[in-house]
Design a protein around this ligand. Structure first.
Ligand code: UDP
Length: 454
């Protein structure tokens, strides 16, 4: 039996698609090991790992024990998740002995994109094929792998990032740290890992040919960068296990009536913006389920809801909605019949889940790849994006503006139907079996892994 190992990095946005991929691989007569960097930064990651390995006892867990954690915690200017990725990178030399000790020897390692530059040399030395899993969109991949070619140019002077044969990416969509002069962690991470991707054996993207055809054709046609290995659109990866949250409030709401509001696992809004958001939700007149987040890292999010949004707002939102300040399993919410819309920061996993369940989206990107993802919301017909709202924290978006956009989303039957047709696309090309869901592009790749080792 061929043995495949997977190596995710930091944050739910990276871990979740890896777990979904691992779960799919179990249907293909493979031995699967997941190497989990330890400790995780967020509580959500450690809880989901526990739950995952109890659900899939046939998948083996190996911990990569991280070094230098003490050195990283004090740097408050950088995003804690980028700092954690940096710790994993600095601990990656420990992988060499871990990978060689795995039995039977690996047919392939699937590595998170953020670890490309540090892990590819290790797998080359061990003669293990290394496939990079890119956990955002194919369009973001075009920027990721070509950014290093422009790293010395004055990006701030450009109007847009040009990639041959593709629509230019407007400067305002590019993650702001990439436009800065200084060498911040995001810039270093994209420059170094993007450059080394050509040395990998293949790249996997959780996306669909039907929604990202141009980007995928440019990537595979040598238009973005020469020498890139094959880029495979394996997705959309389906949810892999049900956590069966109790959603009693949702169960009592009419079908399609509730707007779900969440900005993912690592985005905290300012108190002022949260107040305006609460005001906007109330003014819209629609029912809502709102997950409030006050800190980027969930372990540090220890205030009560009232402390964060105030007593008055806490009381008034109860009339029309449910507001919580704890982790809810998003798949359970998006698959609930009462949910008819999603106000989202456009993390790539959130969008793939909205596509999978056919829920229309009001895009409000906050940072990172999210504006590029938001542009796909419009292009696919999944929903609407008010691009004048800018990045999270740039300006305060007023309650009245939010209310108008919520009404535009929730009151639009055409959008609801378009989101349903995106769902059809998302599920096309899948063979739905009783016990397994097999994806065709992935099945081809697996055949390659099996052949390479035979
Ligand atoms: N998620 C969740 N509950 C929450 C917040 C997030 O289940 O309260 C999940 C969500 O379904 C997604 C992942 O965490 O699978 C977040 O990844 P995404 O790429 O959407 O955004 P990020 O959190 O990385 O910004």
């Amino acid at each position: 039996m061929s043995h495949i190992a997977l190596l995710p990095s930091s944050g739910m946005g990276h871990l979740t698609p890896f777990l979904r991929l691992a779960a799919l691989l179990t249907a293909h007569d493979l031995k699967i090991t997941i190497i989990t960097p330890y400790p995780t930064l967020s509580l959500a990651e450690s809880q989901v790992l526990f739950h995952f390995f109890s659900t899939f006892p046939q998948i083996r867990q190996e911990k990569l024990h991280l070094l230098l954690l003490d050195n990283f915690s004090g740097n408050s200017k950088e995003d804690p998740f980028y700092c954690h990725i940096d710790v994993i990178r600095r601990s990656s030399h420990l992988l060499s002995s871990l990978l060689s000790s795995l039995s039977p020897p690996l047919a392939a390692l699937v590595t998170d994109m953020s670890l490309t530059a540090s892990v590819v040399p290790i797998t080359k030395a061990l003669n293990i094929p290394n496939y990079i899993f890119f956990t955002s969109s194919a369009q973001m991949l075009t920027l990721f792998i070509s950014f290093h070619t422009k790293a010395n140019a004055n990006l701030y002077e450009m109007d847009a990032f040009q990639i041959p044969t593709l629509e230019p990416i407007p400067k305002s969509w590019i993650p702001p740290p990439l436009l800065q002069d200084n060498n911040n962690l995001l810039k270093t991470y994209i420059t170094k890992n993007g450059k080394e991707m050509t040395k990998s054996d293949g790249i996997l993207v959780n996306t669909l040919e039907s929604i990202e055809q141009e980007s995928l054709a440019a990537l595979n046609g040598g238009k973005v960068i020469l020498g890139l290995p094959s880029v495979t659109a394996i997705g959309l990866l389906p949810p892999c296990f049900n956590q069966c949250e109790s959603l009693a409030w949702l169960d009592t709401q009419p079908i399609g009536s509730v707007l779900y509001v969440s900005f993912g696992s690592r985005t905290a809004m300012s108190r002022e913006q949260l107040k305006e958001l609460g005001d906007g939700l109330m003014r819209s007149g629609y029912r809502f389920l709102w997950v409030v987040k006050d800190k980027k890292v969930d372990r540090e999010d220890d205030k009560d809801l009232e402390d964060v949004i105030g007593n008055e707002l806490t009381e008034s939102v109860k009339e029309r909605g449910l507001v919580v300040k704890h982790w809810l399993n998003q798949e359970d919410i998006l698959s609930h019949p009462a949910v008819g819309g999603f106000l989202s920061h456009c993390g790539w996993n959130s969008l793939t889940e909205a596509m999978w369940f056919g829920v229309r989206v009001l895009a409000w990107p906050q940072h990172g790849d999210q504006k590029i993802n938001a542009s796909l919301v419009e292009r696919t017909g999944l929903g609407i994006w008010e691009s004048s709202w800018g990045w999270g924290g740039e300006d305060i978006v007023k309650g009245q503006q939010i209310a108008e956009k919520v009404s535009e989303l929730m009151g639009n039957e055409l959008l609801r139907m378009k989101a349903v047709s995106v769902r059809e696309k998302a599920r096309a090309g899948m063979e739905l079996g009783e016990t397994s869901v097999k994806m065709k592009a992935l099945a081809k790749l697996i055949e390659t892994w099996k052949k390479d080792r035979s």
